[in-house]
Design a protein around this ligand. Structure first.
Ligand SMILES: [Zn+2]
Length: 93
């Protein structure tokens, strides 16, 4: 997996191209466990849908994903937005 660097505008544009305007429809892949979660899943779990790109769904939903957060001590993310590590976009089916 090659590293990707975006500016905030480039990243938002790419997200909208892939998933549309609404963060609920956006999907990201956890760099630790590979789980894919949508903004809607975060919303349903009572979490901030903006957590979608920096936290694994496992922090909110039992039995799913893991407890990884992109802002933790170790950066294993291959995608950075203005230098901030974020989860990579999920592949669109
Ligand atoms: Zn995870």
């Amino acid at each position: 997996m090659e590293d990707k660097k975006y500016t905030l505008i480039e990243w938002r544009t790419e997200g909208e191209r892939l998933f549309g305007r609404f963060i609920e429809d956006w999907k990201f892949k956890c760099p630790k466990c590979g789980n894919i979660a949508s903004g809607q899943e975060f919303k349903d779990a009572g979490a901030d849908s903006n957590s979608i790109y920096c936290e694994c769904i496992g922090r909110y939903v039992k039995g799913k994903g893991c407890d990884w957060a992109a802002y933790g001590l170790f950066d294993i993310c291959t995608v950075h937005v203005d230098g901030t590590p974020v989860f990579e976009f999920a592949e669109v089916e």
